[in-house]
Design a protein around this ligand. Structure first.
Ligand SMILES: Cc1cc2nc3c(=O)[nH]c(=O)nc-3n(C[C@H](O)[C@H](O)[C@H](O)COP(=O)(O)O)c2cc1C
Length: 167
């Protein structure tokens, strides 16, 4: 299964990156770091149609599974990731060919917080978006890290989650 991890932290080398690295090793996945892309939020006039969003989506739809990995910022996904989701609207409006390719693909989501408390309803936007786009939602995991370190029991949970993705 070809997997693309979409990393959504406001820093490329933080706690989310530590989780991404572990997931990447276990899934043999490719990674897109949203922080390194140049794209802006949704624009009704699509004045940003030439930025990095659409080329990134065209690449993404060649994968079987999209694994979104985001830090928990104010009980939600990061702004970078939310902007990315908002821009998927472009695929329903100005690049329908790419939008149609989403149907039947798989999605999953991982959150990285600072402790083991999962924010209530955190994963609902991922689940609902997958449903709306005709994608199969493969599941969610809340995890946490400190200073780029993931505690061994947490590493075990992440590895167990990976197994459920490849089943
Ligand atoms: C802007 C911001 C908002 C945050 N909001 C929350 C929060 O609502 N709940 C929480 O548990 N942690 C929150 N945190 C802590 C981060 O989720 C946590 O430190 C995470 O591991 C950071 O990942 P990163 O290093 O990839 O940014 C917040 C951190 C930042 C910078």
């Amino acid at each position: 299964m070809k997997t693309m991890i979409i990393q959504g932290s406001a820093r490329s080398e933080g706690n989310t990156k530590a989780v991404v690295t572990l997931l990447q090793q276990k899934l043999n996945a490719d990674v897109i770091d949203l922080k390194k892309l140049d794209y802006s939020g949704f624009d009704y006039a699509h004045a940003n149609r030439e930025d990095d969003f659409l080329p990134t989506m065209k690449k993404l739809v060649q994968y079987d599974l999209f694994l979104f990995v985001t830090p928990v910022y104010w009980y939600s996904m990061s702004g970078l990731m939310k902007n990315f989701f908002d821009r998927i609207t472009d695929c329903l409006k100005i690049d329908k060919e790419t939008g149609r390719k989403l149907r039947g693909l798989k999605m999953a989501a991982v959150a990285c917080g600072s402790d083991d408390l999962e924010a209530e309803g955190f994963f609902i936007p991922f689940q609902k978006s997958a449903d709306y786009l005709g994608m199969t939602y493969k599941g969610s995991l809340h995890t946490w890290a400190h200073h780029g370190n993931i505690e061994p029991p947490e590493q075990v949970r992440i590895k167990e989650f990976v197994k459920t993705l490849t089943e």
